[in-house]
Design a protein around this ligand. Structure first.
Ligand SMILES: CC(C)(COP(=O)(O)OP(=O)(O)OC[C@H]1O[C@@H](n2cnc3c(N)ncnc32)[C@H](O)[C@@H]1OP(=O)(O)O)[C@@H](O)C(=O)NCCC(=O)NCCS
Length: 176
């Protein structure tokens, strides 16, 4: 069970690693670096809510006691009476490529389907970000085509393509 990936609430002891991931362009990589942000914002949000709110949240990704990275989700309003979750993930470079990202995204989708009312979970990723889009190529997920994403980390003024993907709630899933 040492290799098993788990998710949990972010504790104060995890904040340094999350800050490292979020504030280092080399760690975030070419697809997830959005520029310098207020460095104290994470700790303020953690002190305020534990990074768990009604409109989104963040969980730490662990393997035993080792911090691998984090997963997050945010609310996307889809109609006057419904919403879905858009999820994200970032792992430390030294643990990437071992299947942990796939496991963590699967665990997050199960968690959100089990504990919230949404029927759909989606993600957007640059078309060239192969590790990020891999879990969404599985059965029960669907790639929805491509769109222009101006938030992506590429040359100023360009609108590189991204791939939105989604998974719908399995009909017989029981709360985990
Ligand atoms: C995206 C990310 C979470 C993926 O996690 P990971 O643990 O590295 O990925 P996995 O080991 O689970 O691999 C997923 C798939 O990508 C493939 N893959 C992994 N690294 C790869 C690489 N460098 N090049 C090509 N394919 C790769 C794996 O073979 C696997 O494919 P398969 O399921 O078809 O066998 C991680 O790379 C990361 O944190 N990247 C930086 C932040 C980021 O881009 N986040 C996503 C933004 S949408």
């Amino acid at each position: 069970m040492q290799d098993e990936v788990t998710l949990g609430p972010v504790g104060e002891q995890h904040l340094t690693v999350i800050e490292r991931i979020m504030t280092d362009p080399d760690v975030m990589g070419p697809f997830q670096w959005y520029g310098w942000r207020d460095p104290s914002r994470l700790r303020r949000r953690w002190a305020d809510s534990g990074l768990l709110g009604d409109d989104g949240g963040m969980l730490i990704v662990l393997r035993a006691a080792d911090v691998l990275g984090f997963v997050s989700w945010r609310k996307i309003v889809t109609s006057m009476s419904s919403h879905c979750w858009n999820i994200g993930i970032a792992l430390l470079p030294e643990v990437q490529g071992n299947g942990h990202g796939t496991q963590a995204q699967r665990l997050l989708a199960r968690y959100l389907f089990a504990h919230t009312q949404v029927q759909r979970i989606e993600a957007e990723t640059d078309v060239d970000n192969v590790p990020s889009s891999a879990p969404w190529r599985r059965p029960a997920s669907a790639a929805r085509g491509s769109c222009a994403d101006t938030r992506s980390a590429s040359a100023p003024g360009t609108t590189p393509p991204c791939t939105p993907s989604s998974a719908t709630k399995p009909p017989d899933r029981r709360p985990a």
